[in-house]
Write a protein that binds this ligand. Structure first.
Ligand code: SPV
Ligand code: MG
Length: 432
């Protein structure tokens, strides 16, 4: 009886390298191609330009492919146990490095039932890199990038966003990955925080950094990244101005703006009621949301309303009344903020909110309740988790420590141990 062979793919463009490995795999037996689900591709590589069905169709028609199946996660465990192929075929690009945990797990599972791993040399050609580069640059085109957040919300139970405040932090959010046997994790989106954008410019977070400056930051990030961007729009400013802001951000390819229901001099929410902060009345804020929505040119862009009732000690009932009114006014999402040390307040709100509204995405920012994990949020009605300020908070003490060490020792040597090597920094960003 012919041996059964299994091979996984995530690609949305077939080139000679793929044809080659399929040919070799098919020579070993009856070939099943596991096509990675969209969510798994987005987790490990980038958001696929073609959806699962399209990518599956590419392979279903290929000579040597007996059948195509859906592979839910980048880890091989589940599909190996389900299909129990005699042979798993893979390129030899996972012997070392980030993908090694996946390989180790695959071997462990294959051993458990007597399966075998066959590795072929991974084909690396300049043209293939070029194709990937073109795919990547397509993802950064405003019309492609803008709609990506909505697509991710359809695809994933929980979307994560990490703050970026310049090109370098944008690159970190774009590229940082965690590899483990079960699969790979990366951030889905970027948050351009008013706090971090202001702090990076040495300014307080009081809506002092104006829109032109914020737009320059966003543009700097956009130039080197492809992931969807959520912009912290502070209070949105005057209603008349907010319409223009929305239009500008939408045109740039931003996916969402979040505006908070405060009025007057805006202070950072994490200061709570220790400083004077005034919540906007419901009708005025609804008008602002509606004005923003009315100025949109696409269906992709989201205007998300942020509720500050917990921050200002107004309680759950006020927050829920506001949420209902803001959704009614057209808000595409609700962000519920809290400065408590535990997520009780936001989880309590989410539970009540979901009694009447199953669809509007809910956003949380676990800065003060940072013990809460993403798995804790699953099943709680939360859709987006924003890590709002952690990159700048980690950079600041590191830079201050270096400055102090050099002052103390009157030379840089003692600080070297904490620094990236000169070679690493000059090659960190490849020239293309
Ligand atoms: C920001 O990141 O600027 C925010 C979130 O608005 S918070 O700092 O918690 O108010
Ligand atoms: Mg802010």
């Amino acid at each position: 009886m012919a041996k059964t062979v299994y091979l996984t793919t995530s690609t949305d463009t077939i080139h000679g390298g793929h044809i080659n490995i399929i040919k070799k795999a098919a020579e070993l037996g009856e070939l099943t191609v596991g096509v990675l689900a969209d969510e798994a591709v987005a987790g490990y590589k980038r958001y696929p330009l073609l959806c699962y069905e399209e990518r599956a169709a590419l392979f279903a028609g290929l000579k040597g492919v007996a059948r195509v199946v859906r592979q839910e996660s980048h880890g091989y465990r589940d599909c190996l146990l389900k299909y129990r192929p005699d042979i798993l075929v893979h390129g030899d690009d996972w012997l070392e490095g980030n993908l090694k945990p996946l390989r180790d797990e695959a071997i462990f599972v294959l051993d458990s039932y007597g399966g075998k791993l066959v590795e072929f040399p991974y084909t690396r050609k300049e043209q293939y890199d070029l194709i990937e580069n073109i795919r990547e640059s397509q993802a950064s085109i405003p019309d492609v990038r803008r709609g990506r957040l909505k697509k991710l919300l359809e695809l994933k139970p929980l979307v994560t966003a990490m703050e970026a405040h310049n090109g370098l932090t944008g690159l970190i959010v774009e590229k940082a990955k965690h590899f483990e046997a079960g699969g790979t994790r990366q951030f889905d989106a970027m948050w351009v925080s008013s706090l971090c954008d202001s702090t990076a410019k040495g300014k307080p977070d009081i809506e002092l950094v104006d829109l032109s400056s914020r737009v320059r930051t966003i543009d700097e990030i956009m130039e080197v990244t492809t992931k969807p961007i959520i912009v912290d729009g502070d209070t949105g400013g005057l209603l008349e101005h907010f319409s223009y802001t929305v239009r500008t951000l939408e045109r740039m390819g931003v996916s969402a703006v979040i505006i908070e229901d405060k009025t007057g001099l805006k202070r950072n929410s994490l200061l709570g009621d220790e400083v004077l902060q005034t919540q906007c009345d419901i009708p005025s804020f609804c008008d602002k949301i509606s004005a923003g929505k009315a100025s949109l040119k696409t269906k992709d862009f989201m205007v998300i309303a942020r509720i500050e009732s917990f921050i200002l000690g107004k309680g759950q009932e006020d927050a829920l009344a506001r949420a209902a009114a803001f959704v009614e006014a057209g808000a595409d999402g609700i962000m519920i903020h809290s400065r408590q040390k535990t997520p009780g307040e936001v989880f309590g709100f989410a539970e009540k909110f979901r009694e009447n509204n199953k669809i509007t995405p809910l956003v949380i920012v676990p800065s003060s309740f940072s013990t809460v994990s993403e798995p804790d949020c699953l099943g709680k009605g939360i859709n987006i988790v924003i890590y709002a300020n952690q990159l700048i908070r980690s950079a600041f003490p590191a830079m201050m420590g270096t400055a102090q060490s050099i002052l103390k020792h009157q030379r840089a040597f003692e600080a070297e141990g904490d620094l990236m090597s000169i070679n690493e920094i000059i090659t960190l960003i490849p020239e293309r």
